[in-house]
Design a protein around this ligand. Structure first.
Ligand code: SAH
Length: 343
């Protein structure tokens, strides 16, 4: 019988499993604490449980782990990029960044991606599978263990579309936020290319997560040309879902806009963005596109000019600081390079 992935169980699920073994529920609390607060990697380390019970636990459950396949450390600003190997030989990326307000970790939610955004390296070889809640948590736990730093905030902006792995992502959020391990979800941003039904479902849960929308263009024509999701949910539908998210949660929405030369960086594009977002309580994050070798897209030279136009129209816009420029591999590029090396 396959062992149960214990790190993917939320508190209630763990309690029912432990009670079904004939143990009291406080034992589940102790185990949960070992797993998610003390973050042990073996049942044998759970020293307040009897040797016999630890033995029973290890027959029924497994504690998954990730192995570090690659670690790139920036000499400029201490950014660390990890390529984590998973139990089935697949790999995903996480990036640990240092800011004035603390350490932020960017984690992956799927192996590969189905969304097909034209400029993104994560989607080129398609989707392989969803990550389990444990595999998202372990990206945090392993990065903390390896770097000796504490992760203060998390962004779901690595490989994958979080709202295309909705149930596992929500369970991950609940475990992360649960009593004890206790990270406030206000310090977590979920980034989506615009999976509208997922945005409504997330709003209903009122988890307090910050929502980031990967917008990248402000007309249906331009957006559909670079982001196929726009053919399924157009901009009007996306904006309605964003308004709903804001009214349900009170959380200001952040829009990501990667500037690509000649595609979405002209004055006309800025005016379109102003028309789309004018009057909304939001924030625009401008990102010079990361050039990837499989695609022709080039970095825009007009990032500042674009930002000034937005500011002039009263839209809050910042340019994302480039971290780890010397280890700069675009989203999903590390995993792709690794696959190419091995083939
Ligand atoms: N699927 C989710 C989260 C993963 S992508 C989403 O689309 O939001 C994280 C962010 O990186 C998104 O804003 C995505 O559009 C952006 N991105 C992907 N490839 C990029 C590239 N080559 N340069 C700049 N940003 C990129």
């Amino acid at each position: 019988m396959e062992k149960i992935d214990i790190l993917s169980l939320d508190r209630d699920e763990l309690t029912s499993e432990i009670c079904a073994m004939g143990e009291k529920s406080f034992r589940a609390k102790q185990i949960y604490d070992w797993l998610h607060v003390k973050k042990v990697t073996e049942f044998s380390q759970m020293s307040n449980l009897s040797a016999q019970f630890r033995e029973e636990l290890s027959r029924k459950f497994c504690i998954k782990s990730l192995n570090i396949k690659k670690r790139l450390v920036s000499r400029i600003d201490n950014t660390v990029k990890y390529l984590y190997g998973l139990f089935d030989g697949e790999a995903v990326e996480s990036v640990l960044m240092e800011y004035k307000h603390g350490n932020s970790l960017c984690i992956s939610t799927q192996v590969g991606c189905k969304m097909g955004c034209r400029f993104c390296a994560s989607t080129i070889a398609g989707w392989v599978r969803n990550l389990e809640p444990s595999e998202m948590l372990l990206q945090i736990y392993e990065s903390e263990r390896d770097s000796g730093r504490t992760v203060n905030s998390i962004v779901l902006m690595g490989i994958g579309e979080p709202l295309d792995n909705f149930d596992n992502v929500v369970k991950f959020l609940r475990i992360l936020n649960s009593e004890g391990s206790g990270m406030s979800l206000r310090h977590l941003s979920l980034s989506t290319c615009g999976v509208v039904d997922g945005i409504y479902r997330l709003a209903e849960l009122k988890l307090g997560v910050t929502l980031s929308i990967s917008l990248h263009a402000a007309t249906d024509e331009k957006r559909s040309a670079i982001m196929p999701i726009n053919n399924r949910y157009n901009l009007a539908e996306l904006m309605m879902a964003c308004d709903d998210y804001f009214s349900a949660t009170g959380r200001r929405i952040s829009f990501e806009y990667s500037l690509i030369e000649g595609v979405n960086d002209t004055d006309e594009s800025a005016d379109e963005l102003i028309r789309l977002l004018g009057g909304k309580n939001c924030h625009v994050n401008l990102i010079p596109i990361n050039e990837i070798k499989e695609r022709e897209f080039k970095k825009s030279r007009y990032v500042e000019r674009f930002r000034k136009k937005l500011l002039g129209a009263g839209i809050n816009a910042t340019v994302r600081r480039t971290l780890g420029a010397d280890i700069n591999a675009a989203c999903g590029q590390l995993r792709r390079d690794d696959r190419t090396d091995n083939s």
